[in-house]
Design a protein around this ligand. Structure first.
Ligand code: RTP
Length: 155
């Protein structure tokens, strides 16, 4: 077999409060698992205003920014680090475009979302932003070093 053309990187994926409240955490995790990516970090929290503002600092000044911060802080979020080949771009493709009305069927937002201000899930938009977001949400310490193995777990 030719060697894999792997280009492994990490992305920050977060199930937003509506995704948690609607019981879509398992569905969202499942899509990333089935695609072939590896879960490296997982935790749940209720975000405070300062962290939401820092996470979305590039959008400060947009008219929807205050509503966005309130939305992200309105209930628990599920924070994840996923790793794999081109996972930043592929993760955005799994999620779908920002407005669920325009998101293709088969994507998370296309299958489950209705409103742009309630679009279920976040995914980093670049490797650099992924690194920044992982260190913001995971403090650089709470991820797990492991690789899937070929060990047979069941017969
Ligand atoms: P995200 O950062 O959450 O993954 O979303 P994104 O890249 O697809 O979209 P972005 O432009 O970064 O916007 C961040 C989030 O702000 C909310 N939003 N509301 N017109 C509006 O009311 C509006 N536009 C954006 C969405 O929750 C979007 O995901």
């Amino acid at each position: 077999l030719a060697p894999l053309q792997a280009h492994s990187e990490q992305t920050y994926i977060m199930v937003k409060p509506d995704g948690v409240q609607r019981g879509l955490v398992g569905e969202i995790i499942s899509r990333f698992e089935k695609k072939g990516f590896t879960l490296k970090g997982l935790q749940m929290c209720i975000c405070d205003k300062a962290k939401a503002e820092e996470h979305y600092r590039d959008l400060e000044g947009k008219p929807f920014f205050p509503n966005l911060v309130d939305y992200i802080c309105s209930g628990p979020v599920v924070c994840m680090v996923w790793e794999g080949t081109d996972v930043v771009k592929a993760g955005r493709n799994l999620i779908g475009v920002t407005n669920p009305t325009d998101a293709a069927p088969g994507t998370i937002r296309g299958d489950f979302g209705v409103e742009v201000g309630r679009n279920l899930v976040h995914g980093s938009d670049s490797v650099e932003n992924g690194e920044r977001e992982i260190s913001l949400w995971f403090g650089g310490t709470d991820t797990v070093e492991w690789e899937p193995t070929m060990t047979p777990w069941i017969k």
